[in-house]
Design a protein around this ligand. Structure first.
Ligand code: OAD
Length: 248
């Protein structure tokens, strides 16, 4: 149910969006929640797998200690993702890409659902779950082409491969974060959709946009550490709220 206050807030955001030439969007796990992808945090809980919190199993140390176990966790995630479809939030953002002189979509998600909805040139800050990377020669392959061996074996040099995903304790892929910073700095409107805004450096992008003069909008059912810096907050599920902003 949308309250009168919320309707006014939606109108305000819609006006800013329609007047903008450059838009920057940062998404997190919440944008895929309505597709059935579990978030990492939310409702006071953090995801746990085989008794391990996700930040332990998804860590650089774990790749060194127990690569097969890391693959077991990622195979579980691939299993969850393989049947899932983009939701109206992904589809709305895909439509926006052709409506502005400059539009950048940066995501912390590794699920590929933005691309499945039709988004092009997505800045994948944390990598992609469908790609494996050789730990020796850095060659990349689609996980689905690599067979069932775990860890998979590099097609080029026969060494073990790991998920091509940024894990705790690792740097972001070279270049992609800098490009995201450039886009955020020059955006007139910045949307932060479905992220707890706790994991840096991704969480610094809305701050960069705000310092650059952007109108900052959060779309999230819950408050986050970013909420107090936002010019507008749309409180609710992204799949319901983003389509209300027009460009349908
Ligand atoms: P989190 O799980 O930390 O946060 C998900 C956010 O989505 C929460 O603020 C929820 O309130 C919100 N949310 C839930 N349902 C929603 C909906 N239908 N519409 C909009 N928002 C909704 O996920 P991230 O912020 O993405 O990194 O987490 C950031 C990073 O932490 C992830 O990329 C991952 C993890 O460690 C790596 O794996 C490197």
């Amino acid at each position: 149910m949308t309250s009168r206050l919320q309707v006014t807030e939606i109108e305000r955001v819609r006006e800013s969006l329609h007047a903008a030439h450059s838009v920057f969007v940062l998404t997190g796990a919440g944008v895929s929640a309505e597709s059935g992808v579990p978030t990492f945090r939310g409702g006071g809980n953090a995801a746990v797998w085989k008794g391990m919190p996700f930040y332990e199993i998804s860590s650089a140390g774990m790749v060194e200690r127990d690569l097969p176990e890391v693959w077991a966790w990622f195979d579980y995630r691939l299993g969850v993702l393989s049947d899932l479809k983009p939701n109206p939030a992904h589809k709305t953002l895909a439509r926006w890409q052709d409506k502005f002189s400059s539009f950048t979509l940066a995501t912390q998600n590794i699920d590929g659902l933005h691309q499945a909805a039709g988004s092009r040139d997505v800045y994948e800050l944390h990598g992609n779950v469908w790609t494996a990377r050789c730990i020796e020669c850095d060659a990349r392959s689609d996980v689905r082409r690599l067979g069932a061996a775990r860890p998979p074996v590099c097609l080029d040099c026969r060494n073990p491969m790991r998920p091509d995903v940024v894990l705790f304790g690792e740097m972001l892929p070279v270049g992609v974060f800098d490009r995201a910073v450039d886009a955020a700095r020059t955006a007139e409107v910045c949307f932060v959709v479905g992220t707890s805004a706790l994991v840096y450096p991704a969480a610094s992008l809305p701050e960069v946009a705000k310092r650059g003069g952007a109108f900052l909008v959060e779309v999230n059912p819950e408050k986050t550490p970013l909420t107090e810096y936002c010019d507008a907050s749309l409180r609710g599920p992204a799949g319901e709220l983003l389509p209300l902003l027009g460009f349908e």
